[in-house]
Design a protein around this ligand. Structure first.
Ligand SMILES: Nc1nc2c(ncn2[C@@H]2O[C@H](COP(=O)(O)OP(=O)(O)OP(=O)(O)O)[C@@H](O)[C@H]2O)c(=O)[nH]1
Ligand SMILES: [Mg+2]
Length: 280
């Protein structure tokens, strides 16, 4: 399945990121904890390599906690700042503020010693749908950024002042041109970081089931106890259609509905806490 999505607004956003870099003290790089390695955008890496970075593994409520702990350990061993959060939870705010203050402690102290009240400027970056705007709303007293359960919700870069001492730059999610690694592109599509409109969701749902049969068979068995997994993936897919009620009146499988149903099952966490990227 060939996947590529690099519309003009992403190219523009990457250029704006580069332009704003000098103005910001820190970049918060959000990676979906269900696929943190696949969410690493080589274009973003190139742009932000000189800046202090805080990695946030988002959607920790949807991923395998053991895998998340291993990713955190790996990043920390590489000297990186990293936390994992459910960005939709109220508790995330305290942890975020503490991490930002810790990383920018020296800068704050330096300015305060000159009696300047610092306004820390932080740029929020990452591939689409990872929770950038949700993070901003979590830190604001009122909802200031538009969020949504699909890729490509934020269309423009915008500054949001969340307090007297903190301003955040919301950026549209960005990918990169010519995604050569098909598995990375598929995982990004599974977690909803690639707009469904540019995908064949019927085929994507089938790819997801094939992938889970290889790497997470036990979870699939628990979610679909009536399905016999000891057969070809396409037969498994058809059995799942029966179990999910995606069948036309005449008995044919409604593949359109089936693709959407299995993707929703996975993305909503109904299948269980699954991490797609492996860490050994
Ligand atoms: N379960 C869960 N959902 C989250 C979390 N963070 C964000 N979401 C949901 O994920 C979806 C995408 O969130 P957004 O904040 O719009 O993502 P974004 O990175 O700004 O997306 P773009 O603007 O499209 O790049 C929304 O439905 C959020 O409610 C999280 O930690 N856990
Ligand atoms: Mg957004």
């Amino acid at each position: 399945m060939k996947i590529n999505w690099f519309p003009g607004h992403m190219k523009k956003t990457l250029a704006e990121m580069e332009n704003n870099l000098k103005k910001v003290d820190l970049a918060i790089y959000i990676l979906d904890s269900r696929a943190p390695i696949s969410c690493i955008n080589p274009e973003i890496d190139r742009i932000v390599s000189s800046k202090p970075l805080l990695y946030v593994l988002s959607k920790s409520d949807l991923s395998d906690p053991k895998a998340t702990a291993k990713f955190i350990q790996k990043f920390k061993a590489e000297g990186k700042n990293i936390i994992s959060l459910n960005l939709s939870s109220t508790g995330a705010k305290l942890e975020l503020v503490a991490s930002i203050n810790e990383i920018l402690k020296e800068k704050k102290q330096r300015l305060e010693s000159k009696s300047i009240s610092p306004i820390l400027k932080v740029m929020i970056i990452g591939v689409p749908n990872t929770g950038k705007s949700t993070l901003i709303n979590n830190l604001s007293a009122v909802k200031k950024a538009t969020t949504g359960d699909k890729a490509g919700v934020t269309k423009h870069t915008q500054w949001v002042k969340v307090s007297d001492s903190l301003a955040l730059l919301d950026t549209p999610g960005t990918l990169w041109p010519n995604m050569k690694d098909e598995m990375i592109a598929l995982k990004l599509a599974f977690v909803g970081s690639i707009k469904d409109d540019v995908l064949d969701t019927t085929e994507l749902g089938f790819e997801l089931i094939k992938f889970l049969m290889k790497d997470h068979l036990e979870i699939l068995k628990q979610r679909f106890p009536s399905v016999d997994f000891d057969c070809e993936p396409i037969e498994v897919y058809d059995q799942i259609a029966k179990s999910r009620g995606c069948i036309f009146k005449g008995g044919e499988v409604d593949y359109d509905r089936l693709g959407k149903a299995v993707l929703l099952d996975f993305r909503s966490g109904r299948m269980g806490k699954i991490t797609l990227d492996r860490i050994d």
